[in-house]
Design a protein around this ligand. Sequence first.
Ligand code: HEM
Ligand SMILES: *[C@@H]1O[C@H](CO)[C@@H](O)[C@H](O)[C@H]1NC(C)=O
Ligand SMILES: *[C@@H]1O[C@H](CO)[C@@H](O)[C@H](O)[C@H]1NC(C)=O
Ligand SMILES: *[C@@H]1O[C@H](CO)[C@@H](O)[C@H](O)[C@H]1NC(C)=O
Ligand SMILES: *[C@@H]1O[C@H](CO)[C@@H](O)[C@H](O)[C@H]1NC(C)=O
Ligand SMILES: *[C@@H]1O[C@H](CO)[C@@H](O)[C@H](O)[C@H]1NC(C)=O
Length: 400
Amino acid sequence: MKSQHCNLLLLRLLGGGDQRCARMRKLVPFDLVVVLVFVLGSIVSPFSMVAEGAHFRFVPRSPRNLAENSYNHAVPAYLAPPLQFGFYHKTCPQFPEIVKRVVTKEFELNPTNAAPQLRLFFHDCFVQGCDASVLLNSTKANQAEKGASNNFSLGNFFVIDEVKEQLEKVCPGVVSCADILALVAVYSIKAAGGPLYEIELGRRDSLTSYAPSAETYLPASSLNVSGLLEDLQTVGLDEVDLVALSGAHTIGQAHCSSIINRLYPHVDSQYPKYYSKQLVANCTDNGYLKLPNYDNNTQFFNDPVTPLQFDNQYFKNLKENLGLFTTDESLFNDERTKKLVETFASNQDAFFKQFGISLRKMGKIGVLTGTQGQIRNQCWVRNSHNVDPALDPTSLDFVS
Ligand code: HEM
Ligand SMILES: *[C@@H]1O[C@H](CO)[C@@H](O)[C@H](O)[C@H]1NC(C)=O
Ligand SMILES: *[C@@H]1O[C@H](CO)[C@@H](O)[C@H](O)[C@H]1NC(C)=O
Ligand SMILES: *[C@@H]1O[C@H](CO)[C@@H](O)[C@H](O)[C@H]1NC(C)=O
Ligand SMILES: *[C@@H]1O[C@H](CO)[C@@H](O)[C@H](O)[C@H]1NC(C)=O
Ligand SMILES: *[C@@H]1O[C@H](CO)[C@@H](O)[C@H](O)[C@H]1NC(C)=O
C-alpha cells in the first residue's frame, strides 16, 4: 500500500524518481501529511492558477515545493507568496547592475557566452522548477542534475558564480542563485541583441538535485511536436510557449550527438542537401570517422545565418528546412505549430513579445518562495545548516 502510494502518487507529485521514493518510505507518517497537504492545497491554493494575458491556466504546483515545505519548514506550498517585479529593490538594489556588468564583460570577451547562460535557465526550470537545482554539484552519495547523462553540454556556470561572489560582497545572503539564473538569462538575451525583458523575482534555492529528474523532464532533441507537447504539458506550457521558446535556438551551438538521429542510419532528406553534406562531413571529421561513430567535439551553430544574434532568423530558417534538431524541424511540419512559425518568421516584434511572455511563464515553474528552500551562500553547494539531517539523503562529500 505504502509503496503503491509512492509509485502512483508521490512519484508523480515529487517528480524526483526512485531516490526520493526511497526517502519517503523511510518516513512513513509523513506519507499521510503529504497526501493531506496536497489534497487541501488542491482545494484552496490561490497559486495554482496563473494569470497569462486574458485567460487563466492551471499550472501544476511544484512537486518539490511540497516536499521541501512539508519536510523542511512545515509551510504548505499554497501559503508561499508569488514572485514579484523589483523583489530586491530595497534589499539589494545593485543586483541588476552587477548582472549586467558581468554578462556584458563575458559577452565582449566572447559572444558565444550568451547562449549557454540562457540555456541554463531552461534546464533549471524544467527540472524540479526554477530553483537552481541545476547548479548543485554531485556528491559521492548523489548524482546531481549536472551529472545526468543528458546534461547536454551545459556550460558557463562560472558566470553565475562570478555574479554570486560580487553579490555576497554587497548584500550577503540576500539574492538566490535561482534569481541569478533568471536575470543572467535576461541580460544574456539583451547582450545578444534581443530586448531587455522584465522578469519577476523572489525565487529561492533548492536543497536537492537529482540526475534522474533531468533525464525525465528535459525533452530529447529527437522528439516531434506530439512528444514535445506531452513533455511541456507536465510543466504547464503549451504550443505557443513551445514555438516561442524554441526561438532561443536563434543563438547557440550544438554537438553531433544532438543530430545523430538525423544523420544515421539515414541522412534526413528534409535537410537541404548542401546543409546535410556539411553536417555529415563535420561530424565524421571529413570521412575519417564512419557513422555511427562521430566527432563529439564538433559544434554547429543552431542558427547558421545569424548565429550570435538574438533575432527571428531561427523561424526564417525553419521555413528553409534549416532547423537543426528534429524538434526544430517538426515545428514547421506540424499543423499545430506551423502558423506560429510563419507569424514569428515574418514579424520579429510578435516573436519578441511572445518570447517574453513565455519566458516569464517558464520562470514560474515550480518556484520556491517565502520561507521555502534557502538562499545559498555559494551556488554549487547548499548551505549545510537548516537542512534537517534526518531528511538528508546526501553527504556533503563532493566528487571531484
Ligand atoms: C523545446 C525543447 C528543447 C529541446 C529539445 C532543446 C534541445 C537542445 C539541444 C539538443 C541543444 C544542443 C546541445 C548540444 O548538442 O551541445 C540545445 C542548445 C541550446 N538550447 Fe535548447 N532545447 C529546447 C528548448 C530550449 C529552450 C526553452 C531554451 C531557452 C529558453 C533553449 C536554449 C538553448 C540554447 C541557448 C542552446 C545553445 C547552448 C550553447 O550554445 O551552449 N532551448 N537545445
Ligand atoms: C555532463 O556529463 C558528462 C558525461 O557524463 C561529463 O563529462 C560532464 O562533465 C558533465 N557536465 C557537467 C556540467 O557536469
Ligand atoms: C510522433 O512520434 C511518435 C513516437 O515516435 C509517433 O508514434 C507519432 O506517430 C509521431 N506523431 C506525429 C504527428 O508525427
Ligand atoms: C561520441 O559519443 C558517443 C556517445 O556518447 C560514443 O558512442 C562515440 O564513441 C563517441 N565518438 C567518439 C569519436 O568519441
Ligand atoms: C563545417 O565545417 C566547416 C569547416 O570548419 C565550416 O566552414 C562549416 O561552417 C561547418 N558547417 C556547419 C554546418 O557548421
Ligand atoms: C562544483 O562545480 C563547479 C562548476 O560546475 C566547479 O567549477 C567546481 O570545481 C565544483 N566544486 C567542487 C568542490 O567540486
